[in-house]
Design a protein around this ligand. Structure first.
Ligand code: UD1
Ligand code: UDP
Length: 390
């Protein structure tokens, strides 16, 4: 059976890596990895960690690309790729431009689409933007829906997706995370941009990420203002911010935070997956708008303040390890200050919480594909066979 796995950005690569590795190790599958390279450097960082060499590289990223420009270029390039390769199924993951365009191009070619991480919804097309639209449209086009949780399955049923096309699998991000955690616990990787002396200090560390388009401008400025205020109020705490390469993020973050006088804000380049996982484990708390980090941090027992008004990942909110603080300067400062100064409160929010999976999502997804396409199921020992590099 020929499977094309199509991906474009950092989170797609992290979440599809366990599936790609398992399929490449199984002779029942010819697994063709096609990268749109919607992200270039941040995608390559992940592929290198997992030792994945793309079979096709469409090399689409341009500096400051627009949504329509990327969509148009991706449709043309994917059309040519699918016409050449004619896979039996296309697998995509998540809600990016790559995911939607690959699903649409496959649909035009009459090729069934399997959607990993299907059914996440905020029911608000403006938040996250444009991802909510991408995932709704992809669900409409897909044939197999791999829902990470029961609530994602319910969302799909509500939209009329047939029950027997939905498989509740857990999220493959937990499979990838466990692979990485095994590595970083045996040897703490170097973190480019941070000294090992700083990392090993016994003082709190706050890890920050941010990149959502709906926050560009005033909201991102408010988040940065909150970080400045926190850094001044807590001089013993280190604030580490690997800054996303999107120029709309970089320009604001560098302008507002690079000259801070407190000396405890560290703006560094996006990290490879292993150092980032190591820093999540080291962190006291995380401030983020990232989807993946909202799933990973609870699995590591780390409190997360989410700088958004909505989330399509409500399970960890209910679990009490994640709080929505919006892009609201006062709310961010208030909640982070409480976590940094009230040890009992911080401890209560630092529980390991596993609503997004048990590390076996890959097995369930491959089992579902095998049953639907009548191929031999993958054996346990064929899963995740590779040593993850740095
Ligand atoms: C994209 C996804 C978003 C996902 C995020 C993960 C869309 C519309 N957005 O957002 O859903 O959550 O990735 O990070 O699909 N850039 C580089 N090098 C890189 C990556 C990006 O220079 O490795 C710069 C380029 O100037 C590029 C810009 O960032 O044009 C924006 O990249 P793009 O993929 O369009 O949007 P993201 O904000 O990264
Ligand atoms: N991540 C990483 N290096 C970083 C920041 C994040 O490897 O410097 C990982 C993180 O562990 C998570 C994923 O990237 O698995 C999240 O990517 P991002 O926030 O860009 O996208 P989202 O998940 O919001 O779509």
């Amino acid at each position: 059976m020929k499977v094309s796995v199509i991906l474009g950005t950092r989170p797609e690569a992290i979440k599809l890596a366990p599936i790609i590795l398992a399929m490449k190790a199984n002779c029942e599958y010819t697994c063709d990895v096609c990268v749109t390279a919607q992200h270039r450097q941040m995608l390559d960082q992940v592929l290198e960690v997992f030792g994945i060499t793309p079979d096709a590289d469409l090399d689409l990223m341009t500096d400051g690309q627009t949504l329509s420009g990327l969509t148009a270029r991706a449709m043309t390039a994917l059309d040519g790729y699918l016409a050449r390769e004619r896979p039996d199924i296309v697998l995509v993951q998540g809600d990016t431009t790559t995911v939607f365009t690959a699903a649409l191009a496959a649909f035009y070619h009459g090729i069934p689409v399997g959607h990993v991480e299907a059914g996440l919804r905020t029911w608000n097309l403006r938040s996250p933007w444009p991802e909510e639209a991408n995932r709704v449209l992809t669900s409409r086009l897909a044939k197999l829906h791999f829902a990470p949780t029961e609530s994602a399955r319910q969302n799909l049923l509500r939209e009329g997706v047939p029950d027997n096309d939905i498989f509740v699998t857990g999220n493959t991000v937990i499979d990838a995370l466990y692979l990485a955690v095994d590595r970083v616990r045996s040897s703490f990787p170097q973190v480019p941009g941070l000294s090992s002396e700083l990392i090993s200090r016994e003082t709190p560390l706050v890890l920050i990420t941010g990149h959502r388009r709906e926050s560009f401008g005033e909201k991102l400025e408010a988040i940065c203002a909150a970080i400045l205020e926190l850094a001044e109020a807590f001089p013993e705490v280190q604030f580490v911010y690997p800054v996303h390469l999107n120029p709309q993020v970089r320009d604001t973050v560098m302008r507002m935070l690079s000259g801070s006088s407190s000396g405890n804000i560290h703006l560094i380049a996006p990290l490879s997956y292993l150092p980032f996982v190591a820093l999540m484990e080291r962190a006291t708390l995380l401030i983020t708008d990232s989807g993946g980090v909202q799933e990973e941090a609870p699995a590591l027992g780390k409190p997360v303040l989410v700088t958004r008004d909505t989330t399509e990942r409500p399970e960890a909110l209910t679990g009490g390890t994640v709080k929505l603080v919006g892009a609201d300067r006062q709310a961010i400062v208030r909640e982070a200050s409480r976590l940094l100064s009230d040890a009992a409160y911080c401890h209560a929010m630092s529980r390991i919480c596993l609503p997004y999976g048990d590390g076996k999502a890959t097995q369930r997804i491959l089992d579902a594909i095998a049953a639907r396409f009548d191929v031999a199921p993958v054996q346990q020992e064929e899963l995740l066979p590779v040593a993850v590099g740095q």
